[in-house]
Structure formats: C-alpha cells, structure tokens
Design a protein around this ligand. Sequence first.
Ligand SMILES: Cc1cc2nc3c(=O)[nH]c(=O)nc-3n(C[C@H](O)[C@H](O)[C@H](O)COP(=O)(O)OP(=O)(O)OC[C@H]3O[C@@H](n4cnc5c(N)ncnc54)[C@H](O)[C@@H]3O)c2cc1C
Length: 444
Amino acid sequence: MGPLEPDIQRIGRELAAAFPSAARHPLRSVDARAMELASSDAELKAALFRFVDVAPACRSLDDLARHLTGFLEELNGTPMPLAAAMRVAETRPGRVALGAAAARGVRHMAHRFIVGESLRDAAPTMRRLWDRGIASSVDLLGEATVTPEEADRYAERCSETLRELSDVTARWPERDVLERDSSGPLPRANVSVKVSALTPLLRPDAPELGREDAGRRLRPLLGQARELGAHVHIDMESLDSREAVLGLVLEMLSDEEFSDGPSAGLVIQAYLRDSGELLDTVLDIARGGGRRSPLQIRLVKGAYWDHELVEARQHGWEAPVFESKADSDRNFEALTRRLLDAHPDVRVAVASHNLRSVAHAIAYNRAMGGADEDLEIQILRGLGDELADALAASGLRVRAYCPIGNLVGGMAYLVRRLLENTSNDSFLHAQARGADLDELLAAP
Ligand SMILES: Cc1cc2nc3c(=O)[nH]c(=O)nc-3n(C[C@H](O)[C@H](O)[C@H](O)COP(=O)(O)OP(=O)(O)OC[C@H]3O[C@@H](n4cnc5c(N)ncnc54)[C@H](O)[C@@H]3O)c2cc1C
C-alpha cells in the first residue's frame, strides 16, 4: 500500500458522506432505467454511436427522427414500440410527430445535462450553482462545423457569450473560494471553446490549414477575453485534431500580445499513452512563457476512447489509448501528481467524477504542502452534481462544465454522455449499481 493510501481513503469517505441525499434528484431513477436499457443491448448502443456521428449535421427534428429510425431499422428484432415508431416515420408528418415525441422524451434528460438554450436561459441556474459554492464554465454546443459561415457564427456566439457572461457574473455576490487562488484572482466568466467548431478545415493530413483558419477566429476572442477579464479554455477533442489544437493554443499563448492575459487553459487526456510526453512539452512552454496569469491545465481521462480504438483498428495501428481502464486511471493519478508538482507554473484543474481520482488529487496536494485553493476540481453538469455539492460543502473549489444550446445541437453531446455512463468500466456505472466504497475507492 502506498503512503498516500490512508489519506485517499479517508478523504474519499468524507466526500461520500457529504453527498446530498438521493431524494433531491427524483428524476434520477427514470434516467437510470434509460441508461440500463442502452447498456444491456450492444446493438442498440452501436446504433446510437452511429447516430451521434450524424446528429450534429441534422437541421431539424424531422431530419433527426429520419436518421434515428434509419439506424434503429437496422437492428435485429426491433422491439414492438420501435417498430410502431418506424411505421409512423414513413410519412413526413409522421416523422415530424415522431421527432417531436423523441424530442419530448429526451428533453427531461437534456435538462439534466444542458443548462439552457441560451445564456439568458442558463444564467439563473448558473447563479444558483454559484450560490451553492460551484463556479461554472460555459460550453456552446454545436460540435462539427462544415462551412466557414458556421465557424463564423460559432465565433460570434462565443463573443456574445463572453460579453453577456461578464455582465451577468459582475452582479453575483463575492465568493472567495471560487475567485482566488495563491496565484491571484480567478475570472468568474469562464468559457470553454472547441477548435473544431472554429474552422471547417481541421484535417489530420493538413493540420496547418485548420490551425491558421481557426487562429483567425480565436485571436479576437482571446483579445476580447483579456479586455473583459474572462477565462477561455480550449477543449481537447479526438487525436486526429490534437496537433492542430495544441499547436494553435501554444502558439497564441506564447505570443507577446497575450503575455498579460487572458487567463487561459488547455486539456491533457490521460487515456493517451503519450500524454506524459505531451505534458513535458506543455510544461516547458508554460514555464518559459512569462505569462502574467499561469496557464490552467485541465486533466481529463478523455471522452473519445471508443472512437480512438476503432480508428486505430481500422488502420491496423497500435491503439493510441490505453486498453485497460486501470491503466488510464493509474496514468491519471501519475499526471495529477506531476501537475501538482508543477504549481505555481501552472494552475491545476482535475476533471473527473471518479471519487477515487478526485480524493487522490486532494490527498497528494495536501501531502505535498499545497493549499486546497490551488487545486480546482471540475465536473460535467448532470454527471457530477452530487460530487460538486460534496466538494463545495467541504470548502473546496469546484467548477461545473455547463453546456448551452438547442436540443438538436445537443443530441451528440447527450448521447455521448449516455454511452459514457453505460460503459461497464465507468465509475458512475459502478456507483449506480451500488458498488461499496471499498470497491469505489480501491487503488487502480
Ligand atoms: C469539466 C470536464 C471537462 C472535460 N473536457 C474534456 C475535453 O476537453 N476533452 C475530452 O476528451 N474529455 C473531456 N472530459 C471528459 C473526460 O475525458 C471523461 O470522459 C469523463 O470525465 C469520464 O471520466 P471520469 O474520471 O469522470 O470517470 P471514470 O469512470 O473513472 O473514467 C472513464 C474514462 O476512462 C477511460 N476508459 C474507459 N474504459 C477504458 C478502457 N477499457 N481502457 C482505457 N481507458 C478507459 C475513458 O477515458 C473514460 O471516459 C471532460 C470532463 C469534465 C468533467
């Protein structure tokens, strides 16, 4: 047993005891049944994965329903209610009706994950989170961008969001834990941005092209965030865009123009076998950059595991991701320690719903003499709500990633979260099936 283990176990148990009671989430059991259905049927799961790929390109509910029924049609032995639904979908009015019904069905689920259609809708929820001791980062949904006009529109939405969010959050009451660490003030307005939405030209065989095109739209956003005192976080997507994304972010943030801001950050994915080397590169640049506000690094395991594995198998390549969950978890802990050791050159955000991964980060930081204020824990809204409440109640800084957008744009996000949750290896799945704390907190 490692020397840190007793602290990890104690902190994990303290946090678990601080989880709010299940009674506060009456809809949870309905969602759990939907997730159980998806996890028990491999073919349904595969159909949903294919649906995720096309959903962002759907322009209407009609379109969405046509694709969904098309994929479900290919399932063997489609259960009765689905067969009836597909008959309805044979006519245009039928498809519209089915689309509307499907939309109603997922709407209650969507509300759990998606905070609102617009910032105005979402602001009251984000204010309530703030009042409960939880900061936020806004993510504008609408992932794949195929035309320059869509990329322009996404950049405009980011710009409007930065402006409106700065206005709204300026009226919030002070919350010391959420607005300061030992490196200085932390912006209240925080926006997460996807490079794939800033350009239609992101291609693995020509990373330069995508990087330049996205750069033209990212640069004004960074300038605006600096003026407003807001934070911009660049999400990391699948491996085929990593070179362009990382190149772009590191280039911009090393630029003289941005040496005094804005507050900014990027993401490291611990499921990648080469993530340790990547962290070396990022730390070198963070240390040499002379930025006034240290770069924030969000450590995640990675959301594109199935995609990376399938892509590698199709090409006969070695998988770039670990193939055992324990390897990803162990690497996540190793990178957590390296990041915390790199403070104050970087700000550390550990993004996970896994109580063990989170307890490990808190325990290591304290054992090394770090202050709690120098570790931020991040969760996805809808998946880590109880953990966020427990962390806030324990006086720790926690930030919820809050997607905003319409349901069609949100479908891909929703289904991806659903599938992530139904994986047998997922921590949340183990928690939902009632695994005990010994199992949940066991060293990977
Ligand atoms: C605030 C926030 C922001 C995020 N931003 C991003 C982002 O920018 N880019 C991104 O890619 N992800 C992002 N994610 C998602 C994240 O990568 C994880 O998918 C998610 O948090 C689940 O990990 P976990 O630690 O919560 O749960 P756990 O259940 O402990 O871990 C699940 C993860 O383990 C890995 N895994 C599952 N099965 C295996 C296996 N058989 N072998 C190896 N590894 C496996 C996968 O990465 C899977 O997502 C973000 C998450 C949060 C909370």
